[in-house]
Design a protein around this ligand. Structure first.
Ligand code: 6PG
Length: 261
């Protein structure tokens, strides 16, 4: 496990800006080194200001988006135009404002006959573009109050999928909708960098648990145990000063407004 750097920001707006700058830098680095980048977007509401910042700030022209493959950590089993769809939100806040026209937008096919069929199709798509051992360049994640990531919930059998599966279906998610298609822990961990976004006082409890190694069974803790080059962006409302004590974790606190570019 790499040792995460936790950056504490005064408010959600500055969290979005700092996270967007880091994501853009990771994508530029991947493109410079390999001519292409694979970026995995999370669902939920936390990342939306970061997506907006990426699409609307000067950062928008700092990345060669024509060389970026977009994936999702998970998708809710809903029509693609449903207000609660993860892909709908990312298209509205990031892909459409960037006028992404290429076909390297790999959304879960929610028009498939079943979620299991969609998961098999996503597994095939991952193999086509990443082979069996390919790495994502950036995985953006939020975290639930219960410590779930993507659609991997505490105690679910999806945390122990059949050997080498990269995509699973959760049929009994405690966070609606109950049916979801999700990357597995192994798939999420197969990345050169992870960006975890945590915002708001409702997440203060899970941040405290993050800082206590004893809660190692939480999905987010299990990913952190596997991940490398992890950046955690947390606002003051969610931050717990206990994080300072976690061995090996580095913390920086931004109090002044960082640069805008
Ligand atoms: C989803 C997300 C999920 C999300 C967390 C946090 O489909 O709901 O992929 O994993 O990241 O539930 O959600 P918020 O950012 O809305 O708090």
């Amino acid at each position: 496990m790499d040792h995460p750097l936790i950056t504490v920001l005064p408010d959600p707006e500055q969290l979005a800006g700092a996270a967007a700058r880091h994501i853009a830098a990771q994508l530029r680095r991947a493109i410079a080194r390999r001519g292409i980048a694979h970026c995995v977007l999370t669902g939920g509401r936390t990342p939306l200001p970061t997506y907006r910042f990426l699409a609307q700030s000067p950062l928008a022209v700092s990345v060669d988006w024509d060389r970026v493959h977009f994936w999702w950590t998970d998708e809710r089993w809903l029509p693609a135009d449903d207000a609660a769809s993860n892909q709908r939100a990312a298209r509205a806040e990031l892909l459409e404002p960037l006028a992404i026209a290429h076909t390297w937008v790999h959304a879960v096919d929610v028009s498939a006959p079943t979620a299991d069929a969609a998961a098999a199709d996503y597994e095939h798509c991952l193999s086509r573009w990443l082979g069996n051992r390919g790495l994502f360049d950036v995985v953006v994640l939020g975290v639930g109050e219960d410590g779930h990531i993507a659609s991997l919930f505490p105690g679910s059998s999806t945390l122990m999928p059949p050997e080498r599966r990269r995509v699973v279906v959760e049929h009994r998610a405690p966070k609606p909708p109950s049916v979801r298609v999700s990357l597995t822990l192994m798939a999420l961990a197969a990345a050169r960098s992870h960006v975890l976004l945590i915002e708001g006082k409702t997440k203060a409890g899970v941040v405290r648990q993050l800082c206590e190694p004893s809660h190692s069974d939480l999905p987010i803790q299990r990913l952190l145990a596997l991940a490398r080059n992890v950046r955690i962006y947390v606002d003051e409302a969610a931050f717990s000063h206990r994080c300072v004590s976690r061995p090996g974790w580095t913390q920086e606190t931004w109090t002044q407004r960082p640069p805008t570019s």
